[in-house]
Design a protein. Sequence first.
Length: 195
Amino acid sequence: MTRIKDIQGYTTEETLFVFALESEAGTAFDHTNKLITGIGKVNAAFELTKAIQRQKPKLIINLGSAGSNAFPRGEVICCNTFIQRDMDVRPLGFSLYETPLSGIPPLLEHGIKFGGLQEGTCGTGDSFEIQHQTDAYNVVDMEAYALAMIAMKENIPFLCLKYISDGADGAAAEDWSVQVHKASRAFAGILFREY
């Protein structure tokens, strides 16, 4: 039986492993309960909600590629705080990144810390970031905020690990296409141990 390292008591059978793309999962997660959501917050939210209703996982782990100008390419970063980076309703008197009338603060805190990994704040939005210039978040993706929010609302523990594929800069698209295929092995090496 395969157990997940450092997350007390959870087995792969109780865990839903969530990826945006098959290329991020590779073959290293073929033996798991794997969900491929597609790109973006809407796809991620829709597919995870359906999967929770069907499978009732005890743990959700989001694994995927991300950009960062704070962490080097090839690093795996544990994100347990999240910002919806494309939410901006300041003209109506709300704070930057705040979803109006949701009761959720701009910085969503819902995530398990994973021993030994650096921690980051993930800014999720429906755009591929190529000019990251803010200090509000230091990891950039397109799905994690939606997944974390749903896990929080459903009271399901959530772990988010991001493989840094690019610098969220002018070379991001080229770097991502090369690096994304290395993510699954990095994740498997961190997460699994055999009993």
